[in-house]
Ligand binder design. Structure first.
Ligand code: AMP
Length: 303
């Protein structure tokens, strides 16, 4: 089976929404991505955690078959993120970011990791994203990247450098506007494509996802849910379904990319139904299939 490699954050998240709160729950961009992708393909994770990271979280990922040989346990504290959402769940407000062990993390890829044909550079310092890309033995068939306002503000030059070398970028709407300096999302997507990636996927929370691929737009709605508890990780779970499907199919043609957007939306729709990875840990492949079918009937129109 084609293999997928992810580098990103593994975190302890403290999150409050109008519907509840969690403290130091399992989170991180690579965590959500890997867990979601594990329903589709073989997945290997590169990141670091501190000695304080609970063992049961590692067992959870291993239980899904996620290869953790690239996860370094460093001296120090695990990365921590604290955020909150108001009634508009599309906008996360970051209250605190503690990089901790990520502040001087140097990823070192063992030989089997350097040959993955699919690579996802999840939200993390763009310097680390580029470092991992440079360590690959040969250029992967597909390199996708995600980022956020923290890095667009703090490390824009490094981000632009790595963006030049990727095929796909996934980014949320507010961050797409910020990166492109464009209020209009269509113009923003085109401007980001001009920075390097041929395919730009803009995640729009409850409004779905917009993909620009070779100059053509495609849109998928978000699944209509009557109870959303915590949108944290929706973006990374989307990416896990999206790239996971491409890796499983071993194809990156436009119609596979469209199906991948729907798989991404399916996976994200589960994550938001509970805090942390709680809904994902109860998820079955049958539920994924059923929701994919429901997505199709949601958008089907007669000729
Ligand atoms: P999202 O899928 O966009 O909701 O991402 C949520 C995850 O991003 C959380 O689990 C956080 O641990 C992680 N995160 C937040 N800020 C950062 C950051 N600056 N770098 C890397 N990961 C982050």
């Amino acid at each position: 089976m084609p293999e997928l490699l992810v580098v990103g954050s593994v975190a302890l998240d403290s999150v409050a929404t109008p519907f509840g709160a969690v403290r130091e729950a399992l989170g991180g961009s690579a965590t959500y991505f890997a867990y979601a992708a594990s329903f589709f393909t073989g997945i290997r994770l590169v990141a670091t955690v501190g000695a304080d990271f609970p063992k049961e979280h590692l067992d959870l990922l291993r239980g899904r078959g996620v290869d953790l040989s690239g996860l370094q346990i460093s001296d120090g504290r695990t990365f921590r993120w604290t955020g909150e959402y108001g009634y508009d769940l599309n906008e996360a407000k970051t209250l605190d970011t503690q990089l901790n062990v990520f502040a001087d993390f140097k990823p070192v890829l063992a030989p089997p990791l350097r040959r993955a044909p699919f690579l996802f550079l999840a939200n993390i310092d763009p310097v680390l994203q580029l470092d991992v890309l440079r360590q690959m033995d040969e250029r992967p068939r597909l390199v996708a990247l995600d980022t956020m306002n923290f890095w667009i503000q703090g490390k824009k030059a490094d981000l632009l450098r790595v963006l030049r070398e990727v095929d796909v970028v996934t980014i949320n709407d507010g961050e797409a506007r910020q990166l492109a300096g464009e209020a209009n999302l269509i113009r923003a997507a085109r401007a980001i494509a001009a920075m390097g990636p041929k395919t730009v996927v803009v995640k729009r929370g409850e409004y779905g996802a917009l993909m620009l691929c070779d100059g053509l737009f495609f849109m998928a709605p978000a699944f209509p849910l009557d109870a959303v508890y915590d949108p944290t990780g929706a973006g990374d779970t989307f990416a896990g379904g999206f790239v996971g499907h491409l890796a499983a199919m071993d194809r990156v043609d436009p119609s596979t990319l469209r199906r991948a957007v729907v798989y991404g939306s399916v996976m994200a729709s589960f994550t938001v139904e509970d805090f942390s990875l709680n809904r994902l840990t109860r998820l079955t492949s049958e539920e994924i299939g059923a929701r994919y079918d429901a997505f199709q009937s949601l958008t089907r129109v007669e000729a």
